[in-house]
Design a protein around this ligand. Structure first.
Ligand code: GLP
Length: 239
């Protein structure tokens, strides 16, 4: 657990972990996340790519989750978010960036296919995570099976409310998602979770000091042998 002063320090520290990873292994398989927390980290990676400190041309990426029912062209889709926040600004080959298909005709098959693609790529070297106020990682809401794989998951009322700020009042907000499972996340060789702000303090407390339990999906990271939590003082305030 790395406790830093503020969100800027958290982003810089997190970006550095990814920069080092890419300098060590140019063809890394990265697990990526959405939400507001990783945005500054992505900015750090874009700057490092501009400065030619790293290149993404041999990188493959897998995102954690996607809303079910949104096409990748929808501004609230996580595919759109990733293009806007990262992929459009780096030298990554778009065909090597994977986000669960929110518009899949057969979502259940698509989940199995996503797992197969991760496996075929050789597994995830380093997985970036944010955390929900209720302790969710990806869209693995409380009660998610700790060994779960990529699947369709219903969002909780709390998560729908938390994410409503991104949707216009007249816009359809999905209640379902496709998300990597907790077991999928635990298979990554390294996991880096970022959390900032006081509203994440309870979730961080439960993740770090609570029992291992499905009621706090992030507590499953206690089982991982190389998991780093990079958090600011506010998120650490209840530890
Ligand atoms: C969404 C995503 C999560 C993310 C969470 C927290 O629900 N599915 O992967 O960690 O939001 O988002 P934020 O970083 O904006 O607090």
């Amino acid at each position: 657990i790395v406790i830093l002063k503020d969100s800027a320090e958290v982003a810089a520290y997190g970006a550095n972990i990814f920069i080092k990873q890419l300098q060590k292994k140019a063809n890394s398989v990265l697990g990526l996340a959405t939400g507001s927390t990783p945005v500054s980290l992505y900015r750090g990676l874009i700057e490092a790519c501009d400065a030619k400190l790293i290149s993404f041309k041999d990188v493959t990426s897998f995102n954690l989750d996607e809303y079910l029912g949104l096409k990748g062209t929808h501004p609230q889709s996580y595919r759109y978010f990733m293009n806007e926040q990262l992929f459009n600004h780096i030298d990554i080959i778009k065909a090597q960036t994977y986000v669960p298909p929110g518009d899949a005709e057969n979502p259940l098959e698509a989940c199995v296919g996503y797992e197969e693609k991760i496996k075929a790529a050789g597994g995830i070297d380093i997985q970036l995570l944010g955390i929900g106020r209720n302790g969710h990682i990806g869209f693995n809401e409380p009660s998610s099976g700790l060994m779960s794989r990529t699947r369709v998951k219903t969002l909780t009322k709390a998560t729908i409310e938390d994410n409503a700020r991104f949707f216009r009042d007249d816009e359809y907000q999905p209640h379902l998602s496709i998300t990597m499972g907790i077991g999928t996340i635990l298979d990554a060789k390294k996991v880096v979770l970022l959390a900032t702000g006081e509203n994440k303090a309870d979730a961080i407390l439960a993740t770090v000091e609570g029992p291992l339990m499905a009621a706090c999906p992030a507590s499953a990271l206690q089982l991982h042998t190389d998991a780093v939590l990079v958090i600011d003082e506010a998120a650490a305030s209840k530890l």
